[in-house]
Design a protein around this ligand. Structure first.
Ligand code: MTE
Ligand code: MO
Length: 367
């Protein structure tokens, strides 16, 4: 019998369920610190969370890009304790689904897009501890001809349109794999929770979430470029603005902002509030955030609460005294250190990836 698709409890005041996935409610982040608590962290599962045992777990490295390991027949293996014995690193980074914000293509722009109808809650930030993928690759005997590195998960094969696409796997260019990618075994000071990849997951800072393969079981290291449905059919941009074969496979995340508020939150007229939110970018740190409480007619700068850092979000706040009863729209627009600013309209693509436009957050002012 199939178990639950997600192991951890998903109280409805913290999560919105979308099939096998669970989205963090932004209002549940109010009062939390910089890091998303593990119990509040969104879950994106193609199938279901496998409950694995770290002591039986092995990470197998194989492929034409390893010295002396021409095929799957001569793999190099690491156990959980082998990884834990390597030099450890700790980093604060976000994981964000490429489709985060997708529902706003429809709600704000009237575009029909396929995929999980996320609001803005398919992102979380954690303090991850693990080892550098570069250290593991070098220990496995990286050959000078290696070009691509493809981690694969131990969760069930993904079936789409009646056809199995195999296990979740997605190639990384060697340069990124050797740069800042981690094999993480801890999340916010605890062993990885089952839903987030126990015992070990890949963590690819600033890139779309699909690159951060959970429950990693093997890594193909190849002397030829690798393809998988997750970098050919999915996680490219398709549509009128893009070539027929789609854009290049998605890498860096885009720029977004969210209020730590429920959609439709109510505020008493004439009472001073402090609105809180967070902004983030895959292209660098957040440099400034401007907020409008009158539907975009006027803007003022928010106070930033975190020193801007790449790979994670910046918390901010702005005071507001609602002046008149009735519906209102709150907007936040971020600018990053790469010079990007959130546009009013996002360029659409059929699968609704990389939504970056300013979101109009509906609230009601009451007497
Ligand atoms: N890894 C495996 N093995 N299986 C999956 O379904 N989902 C990916 C990625 N890694 C996935 C996976 C996607 S699309 C995202 S957005 C992130 O995991 C989500 O990570 P989280 O569930 O820890 O938040
Ligand atoms: Mo995702």
């Amino acid at each position: 019998a199939a178990g639950p698709t997600i192991v951890k409890p998903l109280p409805s005041e913290w999560f919105v369920r979308h099939g096998t996935n669970a989205e963090t409610r932004w209002e549940a982040l109010r009062g939390t610190g910089h890091h998303t608590p593990n119990e509040l962290f969104f879950v994106r599962n193609h199938t279901a969370t496998p409950v694995l045992d770290a002591h039986d777990w092995r990470l197998r490295l194989w492929g034409s890009g390893l010295r002396g390991a021409p095929g799957e027949d001569r793999p190099v293996e690491f156990g959980y304790d082998d990884l834990r014995a390597l030099p450890a690193v700790t980093r604060t980074v976000s994981v964000e689904c490429a489709g985060n914000g997708r529902s706003h293509y429809t709600s704000q722009q009237g575009e029909a897009v396929s995929g999980t109808a996320w609001g803005l809650g398919a992102i979380g930030v954690a303090r991850w501890r693990g080892v550098r993928l570069a250290d593991v690759l070098r220990r496995a005997g990286l050959s000078s001809s290696a070009v691509d590195v493809q981690p694969r998960g131990l969760d069930a094969e993904y079936v789409s349109g009646g056809e199995s696409l195999g296990r979740v796997r997605r190639p990384l260019p060697l340069a990124k794999a050797l740069d800042d990618v981690l094999l993480a075994y801890e999340m916010n000071g605890e062993p990885l929770p089952y839903d987030h990849g126990y015992p070990v997951r890949v963590l690819v800072p600033s890139w779309v979430g699909i690159a951060s393969v959970k429950w990693v079981g093997d890594i193909e290291v190849s002397a030829q470029p690798l393809l998988s449905p997750w970098n050919t059919a999915f996680y490219r941009l398709f549509g009128p603005a893009h070539p027929p074969e789609g854009s290049a496979p998605l890498t860096r995340q885009t720029l977004k902002s969210a209020f730590e508020l429920a959609s439709g939150a109510t505020f008493p007229v004439g009472e001073r509030q402090v609105l809180h939110g967070r902004s983030w970018s895959g292209a660098g740190a957040v440099a400034r955030v401007d907020v409008s409480t009158d539907g975009g007619a006027s803007w003022r700068p928010a106070r930033l609460h975190d020193a801007g850092r790449a790979g994670t979000w910046t918390r901010w706040s702005v005071p507001w005294t609602p002046g008149a009863p009735g519906p209102a729209q709150l907007l936040a627009r971020a600018t990053d250190t790469a010079g990007r600013r959130q546009p009013d309209v996002a360029v659409p693509n059929t699968q609704g990836y990389l939504f970056d436009a300013v979101v109009r957050h509906p609230v009601t002012v009451v007497r």
